[in-house]
Design a protein around this ligand. Structure first.
Ligand SMILES: [Zn+2]
Ligand SMILES: [Zn+2]
Length: 172
């Protein structure tokens, strides 16, 4: 969805829309509800956005899919590209995201997607104490336990242990 800047009324705009987003791990597209408030002062545009949804992510430790709640609020200021180049006064305003628009158009979906994806952790965890999967047998250690007892034993060392166990068994 594109917004034509000169069409934004002085009273501002409120929009409720659905935007399709693909989260990193999950290749399915989901429709995410977004509330936007859009204000224009001269040729500057301020966009307030709110998104509340759940993303289906894959846990980076146990590889199970889980639902991750996203509650994202953002504020972006848009200035026309040429004006930004002319004055550098805007450069000092670090508290706001400043973006540019061209040809009287702002791509709303792009901003929302960008902010949503920023809110998704790089290494998502299904829970903070996720126990992951056993590196030997691949069992999910949250649900089950295995007999590998693998505290990342060096494979050479474990072969040695196995050998010692066989020797011990023979003696008994
Ligand atoms: Zn997990
Ligand atoms: Zn195991």
């Amino acid at each position: 969805m594109h917004i034509t800047v000169s069409n934004i009324p002085d009273s501002g705009l409120e929009e409720e829309l659905k935007i399709s987003v693909t989260f990193l791990d999950d290749m399915t597209e989901v429709n995410v509800p977004v509330s936007l408030k859009i204000f224009r002062v001269g040729d500057k545009v301020l966009i307030n956005g709110k998104v509340k949804t759940e993303a289906s992510l894959q846990c980076s430790r146990c590889l199970e899919n889980f639902s991750y709640p996203l509650d994202v609020k953002f504020e972006v200021e848009y200035v026309p590209l040429q004006e930004f180049i002319r004055t550098d006064e805007e450069l000092t305003r670090e508290e706001l995201d400043v973006s540019f628009y061209k040809n009287d158009q702002i791509d709303i979906e792009e901003i929302v997607r960008e902010h949503l994806l920023l809110a998704v952790p790089m290494k998502p965890l299904c829970k903070s104490d996720c126990r992951g999967i056993c590196p030997r047998c691949g069992i999910n250690l949250n649900a089950d336990s295995c007999k590998c007892n693998a505290k990342e034993i060096d494979p050479r060392l474990s072969a040695l242990k196995e050998f010692q166990r066989i020797l011990k068994d023979r003696k008994e």
